[in-house]
Design a protein around this ligand. Structure first.
Ligand code: B4P
Length: 196
């Protein structure tokens, strides 16, 4: 199986690039942000709890997102692979993902990290906030809080995959199409290794 972690701070382009990747590769796209927003839209108890945290730019508890991913992996046992978008966001989530995949006799092929500086992230998210209706994109203080959450809780996940020799960073600033081409080159190299 081809299992890709698309990594980066909020606004780095994970969701944007995932949409293009699912058109190219036959992989299942799992975005914890999208899954949580679906729960909010459906008005579930999980959604109501998550909304309070997301609206403050704070990460949702590990158990909640790990549970959602576990369910999705079980629903898609015969998939060719997955694109994990916005997950794992803590080292605990990364460890849990490894054991869930191991139970299915598979593993992460690699992590692709999109590198974008805080000024550009803030600009992109506030711009999206003008049309997205997402409460967490609405003001600069909240956007900076999300970047701070990333720096303290999520950035260490890069080291977790680097220790496994699975970390690949690319510049996330530039034309969306050019960034997409670079990501595809890395994914194609994973696929070649798998088939070797
Ligand atoms: P997410 O839904 O994952 O949201 P995100 O990181 O803000 O967005 P994304 O990274 O996908 O946006 P993109 O760059 O594509 O998370 C939202 C919240 O959910 C979190 O804050 C947290 O509370 C919670 N959550 C989610 N997963 C969790 C987990 N695992 N654990 C705990 N909590 C979790 O796009 C941003 C903008 O940039 C777009 O407008 C796009 O058009 C633009 N853009 C993209 N690429 C560009 C480029 N190259 N140039 C210019 N603009 C570009």
């Amino acid at each position: 199986m081809l299992n890709i972690v698309l990594f980066g701070p909020p606004g780095a382009g994970k969701g944007t690039q995932s949409q293009k990747l699912i058109d190219t590769y036959s992989l299942i796209h799992l975005s914890t942000g999208d899954l949580l927003r679906s729960e909010i839209a459906a008005g579930t108890e999980l959604g109501l709890r998550a909304k309070t945290l997301m609206d403050q730019g704070i990460l949702v508890p590990d158990e909640v997102v790990i549970g959602m991913i576990d369910t999705k992996l079980k629903e898609n046992r015969n998939a060719a692979g997955f694109i994990f978008d916005g997950f794992p966001r803590t080292v605990k989530q990364a460890e849990s993902l490894d054991s869930l995949l191991d139970q299915n006799n598979t593993a992460i092929s690699g992590m692709i990290a999109l590198e974008v500086n805080e000024e550009e992230l803030t600009k992109r998210l506030l711009l999206r906030g003008q049309t997205s209706g997402r409460p967490d994109d609405q003001n600069e203080e909240l956007v900076r809080k999300r970047v701070q959450e990333y720096n303290t809780k999520t950035a260490p996940v890069a080291g977790y995959y680097a220790n496994q020799g699975k970390y690949h960073a690319i510049n996330g600033i530039g034309e969306i199409e050019e960034i997409f081409t670079e990501i595809c080159e890395i994914i194609d190299s994973y696929a070649t290794q798998l088939n070797a």
